[in-house]
Design a protein around this ligand. Structure first.
Ligand code: SAH
Ligand code: SF4
Ligand code: F3S
Length: 457
């Protein structure tokens, strides 16, 4: 063992316990999995609880104030657990903050929460082994987080642990869009795409381990333009054609897309490439042209509606989902009504909706006309009940139909299995536990609040 080389951290004879808590989007889920892949060879095993852990990693989200503030209360709780652990003679607990709060507020975390041993941003987590080795010797060292993402991906281990037949795969990171409400361009940096070969390689390894469905991730995934074998820019559609060739990979999804990057070849792939699932998450945020302009979304209300019509022409059964913000500064009742009207025209199968949260350093936080919490609450409730109705309509229309379900995990009841429809709904099926990892036709029989009930035919 070499205690002096930072790249060779000390490994004790016993397994060390690691607890990871993940906040935020799917990319953080992917990153947490990769951090685990990185730490497992150093003798860490996962623990479901923070109690008694040797290392606790908070993989944080900065998108709304609530998400970011949670981190500080969690750190307070961990500090107490650490004191208990030390008092019990079980050694120290290293507390690490990763993810987007680490990137955005690194120094502030160090000042405000002295219990934190290390802070590592989303582009630097491949340095974790070295950082952890250093902090166990000299507490409080912090590494700046602005590394190029290609360095990170190259430094990650090839081995990935999989849990079931579906997996996330990051193909693109960062955002150049600078919507005026959003921190992502600051926490994740500029748009960058992984080369095609690296993605195909990761996908093949996943397929070898039984993965059947990939969800390709990127903050602006449809802006994907990674280099192909000849060095030319690829597109997301071309990438998906190549991925669909891999034996075992039967289903492809991607998230999240921006309306302005919905290329013709991507729309055509929804029509022509069977592996592309008929589900699209395409955030619009607002249905008011005035608000869309103030948000710097760079598209209008009608262009979004037209785009959806185009995509539905290619794939009529498409399940559409969106993101909405209510109470953006300057949003009047009329602007909100425009959003409701857009939702009625477009019809969504699912959606995510949020009250506007002013984020430090973003242009919208300084805009006049901030909307009161009461008004935001009322608008959010109205919007969510409309979407819920639409979601119910979409699901109800599937009753009596036969859908291909990819079975992912056992259900609570004996013999029951839970899978996903092409439209991303959870489907519960009895006497299907022997079908995990397989794609099987299922007749839809009933609609639940968050799922569908089906039967094998
Ligand atoms: N393009 C990214 C967006 C990530 S943020 C991606 O789509 O993955 C996810 C959603 O959070 C956004 O679409 C937006 O609806 C919401 N959001 C972002 N910043 C917000 C803020 N300041 N207040 C409220 N909601 C916000
Ligand atoms: Fe944020 Fe807009 Fe970029 Fe999405 S497109 S990550 S909402 S700045
Ligand atoms: Fe949150 Fe960062 Fe994702 S701010 S939504 S974890 S990109």
């Amino acid at each position: 063992m070499n205690a002096h080389s930072p790249s060779k951290p000390e490994i004790g004879p016993d397994l060390k316990k690691l607890h990871i808590k993940t906040y935020g989007c799917q990319m953080n889920v992917y990153d947490s999995e990769r951090m685990l892949d990185l730490l497992r060879p150093l003798g860490y095993e996962v623990s479901d609880r923070p109690e008694g852990a040797d290392l606790v990693l908070l993989n944080t989200c900065h998108i709304r104030e609530k998400a970011a503030e949670k981190v500080y209360s969690e750190i307070g709780r961990l500090k107490e657990l650490r004191e208990e652990k030390i008092a019990a003679g079980e050694g120290r607990m290293t507390i690490a903050v990763a993810g987007c709060v680490a990137q955005a507020e690194g120094q502030e975390i160090m000042n405000r929460a002295p219990a934190v041993d290390l802070v590592v941003g989303p582009q630097a987590y491949h340095q974790l082994p070295e950082l952890i080795a250093r902090t166990t010797r000299a507490k409080g060292e912090r590494l700046a987080a602005d590394f190029a993402p290609d360095a990170k991906f190259d430094a990650l281990p090839n081995e990935r642990e999989v849990s079931g037949p579906t997996a996330f795969l990051t193909v693109q990171e960062g955002c150049d869009k600078f919507c005026t409400f959003c921190v992502v361009p600051y926490t994740r940096g500029a748009e960058w795409s992984r080369p095609v070969a690296a993605i195909l390689d990761e996908a093949r390894r996943l397929a070898d381990k039984g993965v059947r469905e990939l969800t390709l991730l990127g903050q602006n995934v449809n802006a994907y333009n990674g280099a192909d074998a000849s060095g030319a820019d690829s597109t997301l559609a071309k990438l998906m054609y190549a991925l669909a060739e891999i034996p075992g990979i039967d289903r492809l999804r991607y998230t999240t897309s921006h309306p302005n990057d919905m290329g013709d070849d991507l729309i055509e792939a929804h029509r022509d490439l069977p592996a592309v699932m008929p589900y699209l998450h395409l955030p619009v945020q607002s249905g008011s042209d005035k608000i869309l302009r103030a948000m710097n979304r760079k598209h209008g209300r009608q262009s979004y509606i037209d785009l959806i019509a185009n995509i539905r022409e290619a794939r009529p059964d498409l399940a559409l989902s969106g993101d909405f913000i209510v109470g953006f500064p300057g949003e009047t009742d009329k602007d909100f009504e425009d959003t409701m009207d857009l939702i009625r025209q477009v019809r969504y199968a699912a959606s995510f909706s949020f009250k506007y949260s002013p984020r430090p350093g973003t242009p919208a936080a300084a805009m006049p006309g901030q909307v009161s919490d009461e008004v935001m609450d009322a608008r959010l409730q109205a919007l969510q009940s409309l979407i819920l109705e639409q979601q119910h309509d979409f699901k109800s229309a599937l009753v009596g139909k036969t859908l291909d379900v990819l079975f992912e995990k056992p259900g609570r009841r004996d013999g029951q299995a839970i899978g996903r429809s092409p439209y991303l709904q959870s489907v519960f099926v009895e006497n299907a536990a022997h079908l995990l990892g397989q794609i099987v036709p299922v007749r839809i029989e009933a609609v639940g609040p968050n799922s569908l009930q089906g039967a094998l035919i």
